[in-house]
Design a protein around this ligand. Structure first.
Ligand SMILES: NC(=O)c1ccc[n+]([C@@H]2O[C@H](COP(=O)([O-])OP(=O)(O)OC[C@H]3O[C@@H](n4cnc5c(N)ncnc54)[C@H](O)[C@@H]3O)[C@@H](O)[C@H]2O)c1
Length: 268
């Protein structure tokens, strides 16, 4: 499926850690559709060197940036334009991390320093990226920014802990910045609310194995996979979705609209 939907477009893709990462699949699909982009991730996440394989396969360069550091983000925004030869047409924010989830702190007894880290890495990093991009007028007219989120922003999923709060904030930043950037330069900003997906971040949530099966049975189409999520991202980066902005878009096989299914009922 190479339709050159992104031909001539320049992008920044955050969050490709390994082959399982949703961002990895987005890079592969965007490459197939003719996009040029730079890859970025936290310097610490690059120690394994996995990302080099993706850079080679997609003919792209890597710019390390800790998404909580304004200095790193400014360097990223400026360097990406230099490397790609112009303004940025699309950005994928595919970043999530909670020390409380990692260290199994219960939601009712959070470590507040870690809580701030969860919000900073997983949500405020989007605000920082957009704010710096706006200051440098780095995103083209009709540019498109997509961040990945999860339905725990709207409903309680107990083991998702403080990541739920981070995702709520991420979705709110998407609406608020989407308003301001839309007015200023017709830049559109959306979140995609993805099904549970086997990745490093996803599998870090307690009980993920059982949960992904439950979600599969609760979704009329089944769980949406990473490659399909990548294709949805491509459609939002393309000119075919120009008037979609400030939305939280469910890419979940119908999970979000399903109360119960017979398959789940039969278990009782
Ligand atoms: N996997 C799922 O079930 C699922 C479901 C819905 C939404 N999401 C979201 O999708 C996004 C991508 O996650 P994934 O599932 O592909 O897992 P992943 O672990 O492959 O990706 C998470 C990425 O965040 C990066 N990151 C962490 N701290 C960072 C920092 N300080 N600076 C820059 N990058 C940093 C990691 O290095 C990693 O590349 C996340 O926002 C996640 O919450 C995942």
């Amino acid at each position: 499926m190479a339709n050159e939907l992104l031909k001539g477009k320049r992008g920044i893709i955050f969050g490709a850690l390994n082959e399982m990462s949703i961002a990895w699949k987005v890079a592969e699909q965007a490459h197939k559709q003719g996009a040029k982009f730079v890859l970025t991730n936290a310097p610490i996440a690059m120690r394994m060197g996995e990302i080099n394989k993706l850079a080679e396969a997609t003919n792209s360069q890597i710019i390390p940036a800790d998404a909580t550091s304004e200095e790193d983000l400014e360097n990223l925004i400026l360097k990406a334009q230099e490397i790609l030869g112009g303004k940025i047409d699309f950005i994928l924010h595919s970043i999530g991390m909670s020390p409380n989830v990692r260290k199994k702190k219960h939601y009712t007894d959070l470590n507040y320093k870690w809580y701030q880290t969860s919000l900073d890495v997983s949500a405020i990093s989007l605000h920082k990226t957009l704010s710096i991009a706006m200051k440098h007028d780095a995103i083209s007219e009709w540019g498109s920014v997509v961040a990945l989120t999860y339905i725990a922003a709207q409903r309680i999923f107990p083991d998702y802990s403080d990541m739920a709060d981070a995702k709520s904030l991420l979705e709110s930043i998407t609406r608020s910045f989407g308003y301001h950037y839309g007015l200023k330069n017709k830049v559109r900003i959306n979140t995609i609310s993805q099904s549970p997906t086997v990745t490093t971040a996803g599998s870090g949530v307690e009980g993920f194995d059982k949960f992904i099966n439950y979600s599969e049975k609760m979704s009329p189409l089944g769980n949406a996979g990473a490659v399909d999520c990548a294709n949805y991202c491509v459609s939002l980066f393309s000119d075919l979705t120009k008037y979609v902005t400030m939305q939280n878009l469910f890419h979940d096989g119908g999970f979000s609209s399903t109360g119960v299914t017979t398959e789940v009922m039969d278990k009782f």
